[in-house]
Design a binder for this molecule. Structure first.
Ligand code: OAD
Length: 242
C-alpha cells in the first residue's frame, strides 16, 4: 500500500495488545482466566520454565505458531493500516506476537514482545523465519547460523527479559502528540506505563478496549467495545481531527 498524497500532520503512536486480535480468534491472556491446559501463562513464558521443562514450553509456542496459519486480520488491524497511510509520522507498537498487523498491510511494526514466526538461536541470538510444515512439529529445531547447529528457542520476550526496541519506542513516545492504546489490560510493564510518558509530554491519550483496564484513569478519551467494530468508525473521526 502507498501513502496518500495529503498527509495529516499529527505525530501518532499506537500501542496494541491481545484484544485487537481477539476478533480474529487469537485468545487473549487474561480474559479467559489466563490458563493454558492448567498452566498459568507465567509458568510457560519465563526463561526458568524453558530451562526446567523445555518440552512443555516448546509445545505451548508450537501450538500458537500453528494457529497463525488459521487466523486472519480483522477490521481493527485494517483500520490501523489505513491510518498509517494518512499520517506522516506514525509508529505502531504491538505487544502481540502474531503477524496480523503485517498481514493487514501495516509496515515497520515494532514487536516489543517478540514474534511467533521467527525462532532464535540460543547461542548467537540471531533469529530466522521458520514457518514451514516441518518447522511446526513437536520436535525441537536447530539453527542455520552455527557451524554446529544449536537449539532454537521461541523468539519471544519472556517475563524477566527486556522487551525489544525500547530506545526506538521511547524516541517515538517522547515526540508523540496522540497516543492510542487498543486492546490491552494494562497489567504488563513497560507497555502499561507508556500512557504516562505520553501524558507527561502533553499528548492526547485515547483508549479503545472491551473492558476497563488497570490504567484507565490515564486516558483522556475512552471507547469501550470491540476494536473490530469501533476502530473503523473512529478512524473516520481521527482522519478529520489529526
Ligand atoms: P490481556 O489478555 O492482558 O488483555 C487483553 C485486553 O483486551 C483486555 O483488557 C480485554 O478487555 C481487551 N479485549 C478483549 N477483546 C477485545 C476486543 N474484541 N476489542 C478490544 N479489546 C478487547 O492482553 P495484553 O494487555 O496484550 O506478554 O497482555 C500484555 C502481555 O501479557 C502480553 O503481550 C503477553 C502477556 O503476558 C508476553 O507474552 C511477553
Amino acid at each position: 500500500m502507498e501513502k496518500t498524497e495529503h498527509m495529516l500532520s499529527k505525530r501518532v503512536v499506537v500501542l496494541t495488545g491481545a484484544g485487537i486480535s481477539a476478533e480474529s480468534g487469537v485468545r487473549t491472556f487474561r480474559d479467559n482466566d489466563g490458563l493454558w491446559e492448567n498452566h498459568r501463562i507465567e509458568d510457560v513464558a519465563t526463561p526458568e520454565a524453558w530451562r526446567a521443562d523445555p518440552e512443555l514450553v516448546w509445545q505451548f509456542y508450537q501450538a500458537r505458531r500453528k494457529q497463525l496459519l488459521e487466523v486472519e486480520p480483522n477490521p481493527a488491524h485494517f483500520a490501523l493500516a489505513e491510518l498509517e497511510l494518512s499520517l506522516e509520522h506514525f509508529t505502531l507498537i504491538t505487544q502481540n506476537v502474531d503477524d496480523l498487523h503485517e498481514r493487514a498491510g501495516s509496515s515497520n511494526v515494532i514487536h516489543m514482545h517478540g514474534r511467533l514466526n521467527t525462532l532464535r538461536c540460543e547461542q548467537t541470538n540471531r533469529n530466522e523465519i521458520r514457518m514451514s510444515e516441518d518447522d511446526l512439529q513437536n520436535e525441537f529445531l536447530s539453527c542455520t547460523c552455527c557451524s554446529e547447529p544449536s537449539r532454537l528457542r521461541p523468539d519471544i520476550v519472556w517475563f524477566g527479559e527486556t522487551p525489544m526496541e525500547m530506545p526506538t519506542i521511547y524516541a517515538a513516545l517522547e515526540k508523540c502528540e496522540v497516543f492510542i492504546v487498543v486492546g490491552s489490560s494494562g497489567h504488563v510493564y513497560p507497555a502499561a506505563g507508556m500512557v504516562n510518558i505520553a501524558k507527561m509530554i502533553g499528548a492526547k491519550t485515547i483508549l479503545v478496549n472491551l473492558d476497563e483496564p488497570l490504567n484507565a484513569y490515564d486516558f483522556d478519551e475512552i471507547h469501550y467495545g470491540k476494536a473490530g467494530e469501533l476502530l473503523p468508525r473512529l478512524l473516520q473521526t481521527w482522519m478529520k481531527e489529526f
